[in-house]
Design a protein around this ligand. Structure first.
Ligand SMILES: NC(=O)c1ccc[n+]([C@@H]2O[C@H](COP(=O)([O-])OP(=O)(O)OC[C@H]3O[C@@H](n4cnc5c(N)ncnc54)[C@H](OP(=O)(O)O)[C@@H]3O)[C@@H](O)[C@H]2O)c1
Length: 428
């Protein structure tokens, strides 16, 4: 057996502690599968006085993460988090010193991935980030390996467990967003400051990384159109269900006439589609390739052990001396594709219009769609409550975003309109 791979772990929080634990618990099987053992020689934490769930016997504990870039360390594992600050400084220093780097830090990779990949390439070291997208789901390895022969047409994913937990709980327990969020915070499924998750930022980070691997482009987080789930109501979840859909927060990336469209938003997914069946805090990624067709992988998108599983898979690849470019292509070959405007998006739409229950209202609505050449699949008046007007649910045939935006603007300005229209995209 070759010499052990010597690693240093920066951060012994949820993921770091689980990584250390699994490296100990599964040491024999890990060593057998990669032909050498993986040995933790050092670790760093912010608060050395904090009690740790994992035993640190034989591990040098540093107060300064940068001290992990040491001669007896082959791989620095960055499990601190954050796109800037100590995490970025550590990864840059480690790569520049010729160390391999493994990280679970999606914010760092989404913002600085291409520049870090170039640094790794210069030093002929590995930068690996399987855990940065969808936790324990091995989607990066699948994109780089098993799916690499395909022209990827579309990537779609449920990439944030907190949002999926909130949406499925709202639907199952018939409770409002604010109430379910408060419970999720108490149960530890949502952060005390939840905006990073529920406003779609976390999904956007992961989508930018997936889009990079799928389409051979540098991650472009600034180009991701991002809407979260804050404004979703139980009313729309119920109406969507009655039309055969579930509402999911998806990250979606497609190439549209040579331009890259990346979008994160809640959408209606047909109940029979695999992504609709993903429950609770689980994640799933769906990839459409020209040769393989549709592939869907589902699993735990977060949590210490599941994320550590992905971190250790990267370490094992390094131990086996697998060599690959972080984004599959050499950093210099990553293209800069212009971002597509959301206005070009083609698809079907769900609209809920709250209007006066008056003669001619449906005709006014139909006229607004016809004026934009939007073909309507169904238009249904579902409830009439004297004080709140009528709820008119419109499902369109495929049309484009710009036409919908114009029609909605027109309807919102009509005298019959009682509330801002709700517009949700429908995804196959
Ligand atoms: N948790 C998940 O399920 C999950 C899933 C996928 C990816 N990730 C990613 O994994 C990374 C780690 O997440 P986590 O949930 O394990 O975080 P965490 O539980 O908050 O742990 C962070 C660790 O970093 C240390 N740390 C924080 N600030 C530091 C600083 N300024 N200098 C030195 N050390 C510092 C902390 O030290 P103390 O312990 O002393 O406070 C702690 O050990 C993040 O990039 C996250 O996005 C997490």
């Amino acid at each position: 057996m070759s010499a052990p791979l010597r690693i240093a772990i920066a951060g012994l929080g949820t993921v770091g502690a689980a990584t250390a634990q699994i490296l100990r618990d599964n040491a024999a099987i890990i060593a057998a599968r990669c032909g050498r053992s993986i040995e933790i020689v050092a670790a760093s934490v912010r608060d050395p006085g904090k009690k740790r769930a994992v035993t640190l016997d034989g591990i040098r504990l540093e107060a300064d993460a940068l001290a992990l870039v040491a001669p007896d360390v082959d791989v620095v594992v960055e499990l601190i988090g954050g796109q800037e600050g100590i995490a970025r400084a550590l990864v840059e220093r480690a790569l520049d010193a010729g160390k391999h780097v493994v990280t679970a830090n999606k914010a760092l990779i989404a913002h600085h991935g291409a520049a870090l990949a170039a640094r790794a390439e210069q030093q002929q070291t590995t930068l690996a980030f399987e855990a940065a997208v969808a936790g324990g789901i091995p989607i990066i390895a699948a994109m780089r390996g098993g799916l690499a022969a395909n022209r990827i047409q579309r990537v779609a994913g449920i990439l944030n467990g907190t949002c999926n937990y909130i949406l499925t709980t709202m639907e199952r327990e018939r409770r409002d967003f604010a109430e379910v969020l408060a419970d999720a915070q108490k149960l530890g499924y949502a952060e005390a400051e939840p905006s990073f998750d529920i406003d779609g930022t976390d999904t956007a980070h992961k989508l930018a990384i997936l889009a990079s691997l799928a389409f051979g482009v540098a991650p472009d987080i600034a180009a991701v159109h991002c809407e979260g789930i804050r404004r979703l109501s139980l009313t729309d979840i119920d109406y969507a269900a009655s039309f055969g859909y579930r509402i999911k927060l998806l990250g979606l990336a497609t190439l549209e006439d040579g331009a890259l469209l990346q979008r994160v938003h809640p959408c209606l997914v047909p109940i029979a589609a695999p992504l609709a069946a993903v429950d609770g805090a689980f994640n799933a990624v769906q990839v459409d390739g020209d040769a393989v067709g549709r592939v869907v992988i589902e699993g735990a998108g977060a949590g210490g052990a599941a994320t550590a599983s992905a971190v250790i898979s990267d370490l094992m690849a390094i131990a086996r001396e697998d060599r690959y470019a972080p984004f599959t292509l050499a950093a210099s070959q990553l293209q800069t594709v212009p971002p597509a405007a959301l206005a070009v998006h083609q698809g079907c739409y769900y609209l809920r219009l709250t209007v006066k229950d008056a003669p001619g209202a449906l005709a006014d609505i139909a006229h607004a769609f016809a004026a934009q050449h939007v073909s309507v699949h169904s238009i249904t008046q579902r409830t009439t409550e004297a004080d709140r007007g009528a709820q008119v649910i419109v499902i369109t045939h495929a049309t484009n975003e710009a036409a919908i935006a114009h029609a909605v603007q027109h309807i919102a300005a009509l005298p019959i309109s009682l509330a801002a229209p709700v517009v949700l995209r429908i995804e196959p």
